[in-house]
Every structure is written in C-alpha cells, then in structure tokens.
Ligand binder design. Structure first.
Ligand code: ARG
Length: 596
C-alpha cells in the first residue's frame, strides 16, 4: 500500500470499528490490536458469510498462558463474537474452524445504505487522502517525436490515477505534462528548418505538419553529412545561449506544431493536462546544482559532474562531460521546484518500467541531500508508477508493418472505424442518427482502447489486439458499455420517473440475487480504496466487470423488473447499479453509452 485512505463508507472499515470494540473487550491488555476483516470469497459458488474477522488465532498466540480461560483460538473467537456491540449492520455471527468469526450483514442495513447513496450521491462514498497537495506527472511526450503507443499507456494510466485521486478531493491535484521540449535533437531540427526555409518566419504549420517525417529527414542528414552535423551542434549552443532570437523563434515554432498534434490526441481521449515543459526548468538547473554542490553531493567523474547514491553502482550524471545538461539535470531541478515552490506532498511519475532506475536514483539523491525524508513513508513522498511494454501479437514491441512505431492517432482512428462498421451492421442501424453513430463509435472505440490497457496489472507487458478489445463478450469495454445501455433501457421501458422514485420509493432486498447485487454495490468504496491506495486501476476494472456479471447473470436473469410487484424497488436497484457503473466509467475515463 502506498497511502492510507480514510473511508468511512467502506463496509470493511465500519466492521473494523465494530470489531475493535469487541477485541478490546475480549483482551483489554492488547489495546493496539488491529482488526483483521476480510470479505468472504465464495468456495464452489457458495458463500457462508459476507465477511470474516480473523483475529482469534494470532490473538490466542499472544495471550497464551496469561488468560487460562481461553483454551484454544476458537474460544477467543467465541469471546470476540460475544463481545461484539449490537449494531444494525450485522444480521448474525458464527464461529467457524479454528476461530474465524463469520459475519452476515443485515439486508435492511444494506438497502438503507444504498438508498442513502441514491439521495446523497456517490460522492458521499468518497474516501479522503491524508495529504493536501498531489501531482501526477503523466503522458509527457517528447517534441518532434510523434506521440507513440508507449505514451498512450502513460496517458491512459496517468489520467485514471488522477481521476481516482480527484475523487478523494485533495486540496490540490495537478495533472502535469512534463513535455520533453529541450535537448540536443533541437539543434538538428533547427538547422534543418533553416536549410529548408531560410526565412523561418514564413514557415506555416502545414509546411512541416508531419513532424515525424521532418525529424527523420533531419536525422538522416545529421548522420550522413558532417557539415550539417556541425551546424546542428552549433545551433544547440545558440539556442541555449539565447543570444540570437532567431533560434528561439524556430524552436518555438517546432514546439507549437508538436503541441497542436498532442492536443488533438488529448481532446479525443478527453484528457486534461497542465503543461510545464522541460525548458521551464532550464534556468533552475544551475541554482539547484549549486545547492547540491554546497552539500558536497556532487563529485567529478571522468570529467562529468555526478552524484553517487546508495545501493547503485553507476552514478547519476548531473552535468555531462561537455558541460551540457541532460534528462537527470532537468529532473533534479523540477523535483526541487515541486517540493519547494509547489509544495507537493505526493509526486507521482507515470512512465514505462524502463525508467525505474532513473527515478530510484533521483529520489535517493534527494534523500541524500536531506530534501526528502529518510523514511520513505514520511511526507512528502515520491512514487514512480511503472508500466510494461505494449506488445503486438508476436509478443514483441508493438510496431506497424513497416516496423515503425505506431502513431497514436492511427490507432484511435482504427478503433473508431471498426466500431462504426459493427454499429452499421446491426439490425437497428436505421434507428440511429448519423451523430449518434459517430458519438457511440468514438465512445466504444476509445473506451475499448483505454479499458484493454487498464484492466491488466499495469506492471506487466500488454498485448495490443483490436479483435480482443472490441469483442462484445468477455471482459471488454464493449461488453460493459452494452450492459450499461441495457440497464438504461430497462428503466426507460418502465416509463417511470426515476428521480421521483428516488424520493418516494423504497429499496428492499428480498431475493438472494438482489442481495448479492446490493452488497456488491455497497462494496464499491473498499474496492476503490484498494485500487487507489496501490494506484492499481485493474482492481477497479475487475470490480466493474463483476458488477456487470452479477447484474446480468444473477439479478436480471432471476428477478423480473418491469411489471413485477417489486418493480419500484428493483428499478431503484437498477438505478444504483447505473450510478456505480457510471462512476467507474468516469474514473476509467470512459464515456458511457445510453442506447444500444
Ligand atoms: N519525456 C519522458 C519520456 O518520454 C517522460 C517524462 C516523465 N517525467 C519526468 N519528470 N521525467 O520518456
């Protein structure tokens, strides 16, 4: 767990509070014992209880000999059960095996809690963070190199993490785009721009619209033409000294074109980001290094200025042998800024796992300097969130047929195109307006790309496969969005005003499958806590998939809604399902679909 959230709405948390009292009453000499409460998992499809308290065994080991009345762990379990304060939450308790206390929740309490959420909204279930200021550094592509499928993962995962943290309502949450707009590649690009357009003011965006091609052409020249190479190197010096404004203008032009391209992707995917590019930190590098020098952290190593950190053989290069700065120099300055100017309590960096060592060394250097607490659990904290490679069906790095990196826009276009084809093939295609088809194929197509990425544990590699992600069966966004649309249509068919029902109707859980669905809905908060405190969106995806399964395969197949005597209550249960589903979609950055 990376962070501990306070979640009063969590069922587990509420049971823990109750059992804490019981534990203290049972063994007053152990006042610090932490209640161990877990949701029960069904065995062979059967569940004996909803939750269990697992303290008896370890507690018995602690008090053995000191309390002769306890002969076995089971007798401790029985005492815990007896000492449980009365509560409307609990229907019944029993002791099983070596001393597990099994808990069955009251149906009345489950329905009452759901009804309360229907009136107060799902925000009333939100947990709180123990800190105020959080940043998620994500996406962060590099200028002039097209945003590729690797940045797609950072963008999708980072956006979801930011949404999850936002739900906890910290005082401040920054979604930071640390764009790579500074570096040696610019010398080459500027020199090439000057060759092609001696008068750079005249350059229009369309002239170098395809920046990737522009980058490739200039790289080709750089590698083959020594004169050009020299010019390129001089251009870097000119750009960094800032004396001749012509270089800055050209640099800015190239950056702006890239930015326009990035923004198109962000807009499509509904991603909000605040840009603070690498160049912003350039003037902050010398003063940061000076502070580190004063602390005696920087030493000479073969002409380079470096910092050694604990447990790593190679040093962190703060200044290159030629006196130039690099990726590390910028991150030293930017982290200093984040801690001292932006005063962030938690800095989260989302990149591929390949950059693990970079961040490990960066954080260790800051700890060595005394700029981060020695205890990594003390605030402020820094966390690197790594993700695996995107692979093709062959298990190798994902590439297009021409073995080039795949452009993100092309991927999104293709996802949308395939969804549109599928929609147009449906029997009811003629009932849809052009706009509905467009909007729905975007929601499903982009949603599918996002969900396929988020549903797997982020640390593993991920295989990009359109057929799989666009399948309307199985654990895919398509399946989930259709499930959502189906529930919407149940409510529509009833002809009832759901807002009115929320005010006047009663939610009652009688049937076993109604109860299963109701309990699963109520467990949203604790699953969210697990997902958010570990920054693992896949936990939330699994919950959402199970929710759809429980609704479809259990509740809806055994409980008639429209026209049944329980219609009102069941419509309210449908509405509660929709609210939780939509909230999951929101957290995952997926637009819901209302019609199918
Ligand atoms: N631009 C980098 C890349 O494309 C990612 C930057 C991550 N953020 C940071 N502060 N280093 O790999």
């Amino acid at each position: 767990m990376l962070i501990e959230l306070d979640a009063p709405a969590s069922v587990r948390k509420q049971l823990a509070t109750l059992f804490r009292e019981a534990l203290i009453a049972t063994v007053p000499t152990e006042p610090d014992v932490v209640p161990l409460i877990d949701a029960c998992v069904p065995k062979n499809g059967v569940k004996h209880a909803d939750y269990q308290c697992n303290n008896a065994m370890s507690l018995f080991a602690k008090i053995k000999g000191k309390r002769p009345e306890f002969k076995s762990p089971r007798s401790v379990g029985e005492a815990i059960m007896k000492n449980l304060p009365p509560s409307e939450m609990v229907e019944s308790c029993s002791v099983a095996g070596p001393g597990f206390v099994n808990i069955v929740l009251s149906k009345k309490w489950i329905s009452k809690s759901l009804q309360k959420m229907l009136t107060d909204g799902i925000d009333s279930w939100a947990p709180r963070l123990p800190i105020k200021r959080v940043m998620v550094d994500f996406s962060s592509p590099n200028i002039a190199k097209e945003m590729h499928v690797g940045h797609l993962r950072s963008t999708i995962i980072g956006d979801t993490l930011a949404r999850m943290l936002e739900f906890c309502q910290p005082e401040c949450l920054i979604r930071r785009n640390h764009i790579g707009d500074w570096g040696t590649q610019f010398g080459m690009l500027i020199a090439y721009l000057f060759e092609k357009f001696p008068n750079p003011e005249d350059v229009k965006e369309s002239d170098i619209g395809d920046l990737q091609a522009f980058y490739k052409a200039s790289k080709l020249k750089f590698d083959s033409d020594p004169d050009f190479k020299k010019k390129a190197q001089l251009s870097v010096v000119e750009l960094q000294s800032g004396e001749d404004p012509k270089y800055r203008t050209a640099w800015k032009q190239i950056c702006d074109i890239s930015r326009t391209e990035f923004n198109k992707v962000y807009q499509r995917l509904g991603i909000r980001l605040e840009e603070m590019p690498e160049s912003f930190f350039n003037p902050l590098i010398p003063p940061t290094l000076e502070k580190l020098e004063k602390l005696g952290l920087i030493e000479d190593n073969d002409g380079a200025r470096v910092i050694f950190v604990e447990g790593v053989d190679i040093p962190l290069i703060a200044v290159k042998r030629d006196g130039g700065y690099n990726y590390f120099s910028t991150d030293l300055a930017s982290l200093w800024y984040r801690l001292n100017v932006e005063k962030l309590d938690w800095n989260i960096y989302v990149t591929d796992v390949g950059q693990w060592q970079h961040f490990d060394m960066l954080f260790k250097a800051f700890r060595r300097a005394g700029w981060l607490p020695k205890d990594p659990n003390e605030y402020p904290i820094c966390t690197h969130i790594g993700f695996g490679l995107v692979c093709g069906d062959d298990g190798k790095r994902f590439r297009s047929r021409s073995s080039e990196t795949v452009r993100l826009v092309d991927l999104l276009d293709e996802a949308k195109r395939r969804c549109k084809v599928a929609l147009l093939e449906r029997d009811n295609a003629k009932d849809w307006t052009e706009e509905e088809i467009e909007k729905t194929s975007e929601a499903i197509g982009y949603g599918a790309v996002k969900y396929a990425d988020l549903k797997i544990n982020r640390t593993t590699n991920y295989t990009f496969n359109f057929d799989q992600m666009l399948n309307d069966k199985g654990n895919t966004a398509v399946y989930l969005l259709y499930a959502h649309a189906r529930i919407c249509s149940i409510i529509r068919k009833s002809g009832k005003d759901i807002e009115e029902l929320k005010k006047t109707g009663n939610l009652v859980l009688e049937h076993e499958d109604e109860r299963t669905l109701g309990l699963h809905l109520l467990q949203f908060t604790e699953v969210f806590v697990e997902s958010c405190s570990n920054l693992l969106p896949n936990v939330l995806c699994e919950y959402l998939y199970n929710l759809s399964e429980i609704f479809t395969k259990k509740f809806y197949s055994s409980c008639q809604v429209v026209g049944s005597p329980e219609e009102t209550s069941r419509l309210l249960l449908c509405e509660a399902t929709l609210i939780v589903m939509r909230h999951c979609f929101y957290l995952l950055g997926i637009d819901p679909v209302y019609k199918l």
